[in-house]
Design a protein around this ligand. Structure first.
Ligand code: IMP
Ligand code: MG
Length: 183
C-alpha cells in the first residue's frame, strides 16, 4: 500500500507533500452524506458528477447514501490548464438526463473561482430543474469570484494547489488515495 501513499511526490515540474489522509476524507465525506441523506430523503435527487476530478469523491459519497429514486449522471467540464483557471469553460460531455422538475445535487472536486459550478447551476436552472445545490470535496473560500453557495463542503482550504483523490495537475496525480499540497 505504501507506493500508493508516499509522503512526498513529484508531478511534472512540481513537488507535493501529503496533506489530507484518505481516512479523514472518508470521515468528512460520510458526514456530508448524512446531511444529504436527511435533506434529500424524499426528493429523488439527480446527482450530477463533474468529471474527471469529482469521480473519487462521488463514489465515496455514494457508498454512504441510500435514497429512493436517486439517479446519477455525469458531465465533463474543463476550465483549468496547469495550476490556474482559464476563465473559460468547455463542456466536453453533455447532460443526458432529464432535468426538468428534478432536484439536482452537483458533485464537484474543488470549487475555486466558482466559475464551473456557477455556469452549470445556471444551465440547470434554465433547463427547469426544481432545485440545484452544490456539494464539493474542497472549497477554497478566498478564491471565489462568482456568486455560488456551496451547501456541502468536506474541507475548506487556503488557495494552495492540491492533487490526489481525483485531483490532478495536468492529468497527473489523480490516483493517489490521499490529498497532496504543492510545496
Ligand atoms: P473553478 O471553475 O475556478 O471553480 O475551478 C474548478 C475546477 O478547477 C475544479 O473542477 C478543478 O478541476 C480545478 N481546480 C481548482 N483548484 C484545483 C486544485 O487545487 N487542484 C486541482 N484542480 C483544481
Ligand atoms: Mg474539475
Amino acid at each position: 500500500m505504501d507506493n500508493q501513499s508516499p509522503e512526498r511526490i513529484s508531478l511534472h515540474d512540481k513537488y507535493f507533500r501529503k496533506h489530507i489522509a484518505f481516512e479523514e476524507i472518508a470521515l468528512r465525506t460520510a458526514g456530508i452524506a448524512r446531511q444529504i441523506q436527511a435533506d434529500y430523503a424524499d426528493k429523488a435527487p439527480v446527482f450530477l458528477v463533474i468529471l474527471n476530478g469529482a469521480f473519487f469523491f462521488a463514489s465515496e459519497l455514494f457508498r454512504n447514501l441510500s435514497i429512493a429514486g436517486a439517479e446519477i449522471s455525469f458531465v465533463k467540464i474543463a476550465s483549468y490548464s496547469g495550476t490556474s483557471s482559464t476563465g473559460k469553460m468547455k463542456q466536453l460531455i453533455g447532460l443526458d438526463t432529464r432535468i426538468t422538475g428534478r432536484h439536482i445535487v452537483i458533485l464537484e472536486d474543488i470549487v475555486d473561482s466558482g466559475l464551473t459550478v456557477h455556469e452549470l447551476s445556471h444551465d440547470l436552472q434554465e433547463s427547469g430543474a426544481a432545485s440545484v445545490s452544490i456539494a464539493s470535496m474542497i472549497l477554497k473560500p478566498d478564491a471565489l469570484k462568482y456568486p455560488v453557495e456551496v451547501a456541502y463542503a468536506a474541507f475548506r482550504t487556503p488557495n494552495d494547489f492540491l492533487v490526489g483523490f481525483g485531483l490532478d495537475y495536468d492529468q497527473l496525480g489523480r490516483l493517489y488515495r490521499d490529498i497532496y499540497i504543492a510545496e
